[in-house]
Design a protein around this ligand. Structure first.
Ligand code: NAP
Length: 210
């Protein structure tokens, strides 16, 4: 299975790329700039000792089975609209958190939730996941990520594929979060976690249900 990470040159993309490559997946990282994707792929390969390919975002989504969109929320709907034809054939994972900084961090969904807005364009193979994973800790391979990852979606087959991907990463635990409409709850948790950390002198909080 090929997993492409759109905008995989960024904070969350790095952790996903190296950990999914270590789990045995064929990983491609995408960028708006081909050379940047190639340079970052080389850097990530050195970090984890696995093969990771760097391509333009356009090529990355063409070659994959699963596309994870790790791009800023402000640009995500334009990207999805532009690439609707290709992306609607794939399983598309949204880890995207629409958030603004206004007296702390505030959840700011375009319409219901980011994942639902994407599904309105692409159809039911959109799955929401990874929103509550703190990227810097996740990309540090010296840390074992003991996080729960909630997975929401309306297509049970697509959701099962994404849960398997999550569970393939050592110590992550996928939890079935129900339909895609529950993504608004999961997305809204991230600004709360950031504000909670700031108020309590903590950093990069993740979730674990016990
Ligand atoms: P980031 O590092 O700021 O950006 C990720 C990548 O997005 C960049 O490397 C860039 O890649 C690409 N990008 C920037 N502007 C773009 C545009 N106008 N159009 C298309 N691509 C653009 O972001 P991040 O922190 O990794 O977060 C990525 C997504 O994951 C966000 O939606 C965020 O809400 C979500 N998320 C983040 C975290 C976290 O802890 N950071 C945790 C959970 C979820 P190129 O320049 O190479 O194209």
């Amino acid at each position: 299975m090929i997993i492409s990470i759109v905008g995989g040159t960024g904070n969350l993309g790095k952790g996903l790329a190296v950990r999914l490559a270590l789990a045995g997946y064929n990983v491609v990282i995408g960028s708006r700039v081909d050379e940047k994707a190639k340079a970052k792929a080389e850097e990530y390969c050195k970090l984890c000792g696995c093969k990771i390919e760097g391509l333009s975002n356009e090529k990355a989504i063409e070659v994959c089975d699963v596309a994870i969109l790790t791009i800023p929320w402000e640009n995500a709907l334009d990207f999805v609209k532009e690439h609707r034809k290709v992306l609607s054939k794939k399983i598309v994972v949204s880890p995207i958190v629409p958030m603004v900084k206004e007296n702390g961090f505030v959840y700011n969904p375009p319409n219901g939730s980011m994942a639902e807005s994407i599904a309105n364009i692409l159809g039911d193979k959109v799955v929401s996941s990874f929103q509550n994973v703190p990227a810097k800790r996740f990309s540090n391979l010296n840390e074992i990520p003991e996080f729960d990852v909630i997975v929401c979606g309306d297509n049970e087959d697509a959701k099962a594929v994404v849960m398997e991907i999550v569970n393939s990463i050592e110590r992550l635990r996928a939890l079935d979060g129900g339909p895609l409409s529950n993504s608004r709850i999961v997305e809204s948790f991230t600004p709360f976690l950031i504000s909670l950390a700031l108020r309590n002198g903590m950093k990069e909080l993740g979730l674990r249900f016990v």
